[in-house]
Design a protein around this ligand. Structure first.
Ligand code: NCD
Length: 304
C-alpha cells in the first residue's frame, strides 16, 4: 500500500506516468467515469480549503466513486481530543482512500503509519503540499510540452508557503531549471530547503527582494499568498502582506510567453486586471488539479 506525503515519494518516471494518465483522463473522461465505482474517498480536513478538498471530491465523483469527510477540526472528534492515529484507524474501515489536511507538520505522516488505506497529504502546516505540486507540474508540462530549461521565479511567502517547498523539492530533479527566489528578507525559504534541497543538489538559484528587477528573466512566475495563519503576530503580517503586488503594468516587464501561476487563494498579490492577460494561467492550473488528482486516486488504488 502506498501513501503520498511528499512529491519525492514518486520517482520522475512515476510522475511522468501520472501526468500521462491525467492527459488521457482530460481527453477521454468517459473512459474513466466508472473506474472507482463502489470506492469511497474520505476527505479529513482540519484546516480550511476550497480547491484542494473540492477538487479531490470532484475527482472521486468523476471516477464514479463516492465521498465522505469533514472540513474543519471543530466538526470532527479532534475537538474532543482524538488523535489523528485513532481517527485514521476508524476511517480505514469506512473508506478506501483518504486525503488529509492538517495544520501540524507531519500529522498526515503519523496518520499514514496507522492507516489501513492509502493516505494523501493534502497540506501539512508550512511543510509540504504534494498534490498542489502535481497540479503545478502538470500545468507546466501541458503548457510547455516538457519540464526543462526554465527560469522559475517563486515570489511571496517562501518561508511558510508549503506549495513552494514541495515544488522546489520536485523541480530540482528536472534538467536546466533555475530558481529566482523573490521574497522579503523575513520570508526567505527555510534553511532546510536551502541546504538540504538546493545546495545539496548543487542547484542554481538566487535570492532577491525585488520582483521588477528580475521579471524580464522569468519563464514562469509562481506567485504566492502571505500565509497569515502561520504568522506569530498580526503586525508582521500587515507589514509584509502587500510587499509584492503583480499588476497589469508590471506584466509589461515580462517575456511575451511568461506564464503566471498561483496555487490560489489569491488575496492582494495579483491585481484582478491581470486575470485577462493570456499569460495568467492560475485558473487553468486550478482546473488541472481535478485531472491529476483523478490520476493519483486511480494509481494509489491500483486501478490502472
Ligand atoms: C495553498 C495551500 O493550502 O497551501 N492552497 C491550495 O491548496 N491551493 C496555498 C495557500 O493557501 O496560500
Amino acid at each position: 500500500m502506498r501513501h503520498l506525503m511528499s512529491p519525492l515519494d514518486l520517482s520522475r518516471e512515476e510522475l511522468e506516468q501520472l501526468m500521462d494518465l491525467a492527459d488521457d483522463i482530460k481527453l477521454h473522461p468517459d473512459v474513466y467515469s466508472e473506474k472507482c465505482h463502489g470506492k469511497k474517498l474520505a476527505t479529513c480536513f482540519y484546516e480550511p480549503s476550497t480547491r484542494t478538498r473540492l477538487s479531490f471530491e470532484a475527482a472521486m465523483l468523476n471516477l464514479g466513486g463516492s465521498v465522505l469527510g469533514f472540513s474543519s477540526a471543530d466538526s470532527s472528534s479532534a475537538a474532543k481530543g482524538e488523535s489523528v492515529s485513532d481517527t485514521i484507524r476508524v476511517i480505514s474501515s469506512y473508506a478506501d482512500i483518504c486525503a488529509m489536511r492538517h495544520p501540524k507538520e507531519g500529522a498526515p505522516l503519523v496518520a499514514s503509519q496507522r492507516s489501513l488505506i492509502p493516505v494523501i497529504n493534502a497540506g501539512d502546516g508550512g511543510h509540504q503540499h504534494p498534490t498542489q505540486t502535481l497540479t503545478d507540474l502538470f500545468t507546466i508540462r501541458s503548457l510547455r510540452g516538457e519540464i526543462k530549461n526554465l527560469t522559475i521565479g517563486l515570489c511571496g511567502d517562501l518561508k511558510f508557503g508549503r506549495t513552494v517547498h514541495s515544488l522546489i523539492n520536485a523541480l530540482v530533479r528536472y534538467p536546466g531549471i533555475k530558481f529566482v527566489l523573490i521574497s522579503p528578507e523575513e520570508l526567505r525559504v527555510p534553511e532546510y530547503i536551502r541546504e538540504d534541497v538546493l545546495d545539496k543538489n548543487g542547484f542554481e538559484y538566487k535570492e532577491v527582494d525585488s520582483l521588477d528587477n528580475v521579471m524580464g528573466e522569468l519563464d514562469i512566475l509562481y506567485m504566492t499568498r502571505v500565509q497569515r495563519e502561520r504568522f506569530f503576530n498580526e503586525e508582521d503580517y500587515i507589514r509584509l502582506k502587500d510587499f509584492f503586488i503583480l499588476t497589469k503594468e508590471k506584466m509589461h516587464l515580462a517575456k511575451k510567453d511568461m506564464m503566471v501561476l498561483h496555487p490560489l487563494p489569491r488575496v492582494n498579490e495579483i491585481a484582478v486586471d491581470v486575470d485577462d492577460d493570456p499569460r495568467a494561467m492560475y485558473f487553468e492550473q486550478a482546473k488541472n488539479g481535478v485531472f491529476i488528482r483523478m490520476a493519483l486516486i486511480l494509481t494509489l488504488l491500483e486501478l490502472v
